[in-house]
Design a protein around this ligand. Structure first.
Ligand SMILES: Cc1ncc(COP(=O)(O)O)c(C=O)c1O
Length: 389
């Protein structure tokens, strides 16, 4: 697969490219979109063939079941992550955002506090607040350049109104992979305070060489009765537009309640999501992901090295994901001036704000794109801040 090929997604109804002007004020004519978390690569052949297979049927009526997606997902969890899951405990949703919202709605009440580790994927806060639950922030601390959970501060700050914890594992932004020991401490904390655990593992496949990811339920099988694990092929294979995710709920009672809530809303999965997920979670899909991960690791080295050469700018080391997290605090500039340079001078559109406490001096750059684009972005950033060198 030639990941270096630059695919022009402008004018294709791509959120990242066709909404960049509205979001960041930079024209797609000369700008580079580095915000929304999808990638600019051509889909894997195995996915293209799955779509062709559907085209041949020339019929898009009701389909019998999503079992093939669950079975393929269970195979993937076992072969890629060493995690044995019974496909009967899996349920399809229309993406992870959908799953998170429905889980919160079903298993927590208005006014309940939901613990999240900030800065984190902005939709966590958005969903909690939209449902009139309360965000309980557990700010991450930076040690040795990377994020750590402050377990003592978290436990000391509990109000007793918390009913759930929502984690991004690996963590978006910056791709920190929580260790087995950290996940076990979280499980113990949830047990002590009777919290439900929603483990969002959407980024679990894009793990860099030398790093290893531990699924929450592999680290803490004793937490199964209070845990919901969210996974999808969407980030890994860049099929977020097909809106398919998997919620694994080991506890039969919780699973029944969740399925009832889905049923009430008639939210069955999408035919294309089921077919593409089933095709992706395969040996051919795995080979493609191995190539992709090696490529992303190269992008990450290039981006982090280049950005770290700018005086006062520090990029957090990445263990996974294509979401680089860059701190401009050392420039001494107001964020308004940083953004003016990034938008107007460098013509780049990263993600800004919404990640919660700790995001104030950071911008998130999506490096899931062809390397020449990453090189161009680095060079533009270096030029935009050249007076600081
Ligand atoms: C941690 C995390 N969860 C969920 C999502 C989005 O999932 P979906 O598109 O399936 O709603 C993202 C997208 O960036 C994410 O980073």
């Amino acid at each position: 697969m030639n990941f270096d090929e630059i695919i022009d997604r402008r004018g294709t109804n791509s959120s990242k490219w066709d909404k960049m002007q509205a979001y960041g004020g930079v024209s797609p004519e000369d700008g580079i979109a580095m915000w929304i978390a999808d990638m600019d690569f051509r889909a894997a052949d195995v996915l293209q063939e799955a779509v062709q297979g559907l085209l041949k049927t020339a019929n898009y009526g009701y389909f019998a079941s999503d079992a093939k997606a669950s079975e393929a997902a269970a195979w993937w969890m076992k072969t890629r992550h060493g995690w044995e899951v019974d496909p009967a405990t899996m349920t399809s949703t229309l993406g992870l955002g959908h799953a998170i919202a429905l889980l919160l709605e079903t298993f927590t009440d208005p006014g309940d506090e939901v613990i999240i580790f900030t800065p984190v994927y902005h939709e966590f806060t958005a969903k909690i607040e939209a449902l009139e639950r309360v965000v309980h922030e557990a700010p991450l601390v930076i040690r040795d350049g990377i994020y750590h959970m402050d377990f003592d501060a978290l436990e000391a700050g509990l109000t007793g109104r918390e009913t759930a914890m929502l984690i991004s594992s690996p963590h978006n932004p910056a791709g920190r992979i929580w260790t087995k020991a950290e996940l076990q401490r979280l499980a113990a904390l949830c047990d002590r305070h009777d919290l439900l655990m929603i483990a969002d593992e959407i980024h679990h496949d894009l793990v860099y060489p030398g790093q290893s990811f531990t699924p929450f339920l592999l680290a803490a099988p004793e937490a199964a009765a209070r845990t919901f694990v969210l996974t999808a092929a969407s980030k890994t294979f860049n099929i977020a537009g097909t809106r398919q995710a998997t919620v694994t709920i080991p506890d039969a009672g919780l699973r029944k309640r969740f399925r009832h809530a889905l049923h009430v809303h008639q939210t069955q999965p999408n035919l294309f999501g089921v077919e593409l997920t089933a095709a992706a979670y395969s040996p051919r899909g795995a080979a493609w992901v191995d190539e992709l991960v090696a490529y992303l690791a190269g992008n990450s080295r290039l981006f982090l090295d280049g950005v770290n050469r700018i005086s006062g700018v520090t990029a957090m080391p990445m263990q996974s994901t294509f979401l680089a997290w860059v701190d401009f605090a050392g420039t001494g500039m107001e964020m308004e001036e940083v953004l003016r340079r990034v938008h107007e001078d460098a013509r780049l559109v990263p993600s800004v704000g919404g990640f919660g406490t700790g995001d104030e001096t950071f911008l998130r750059f999506n490096i899931g794109t062809a390397r020449p684009q990453v090189e161009e972005a680095v060079s533009r950033l270096q030029d935009a801040f050249a007076d600081l060198q």
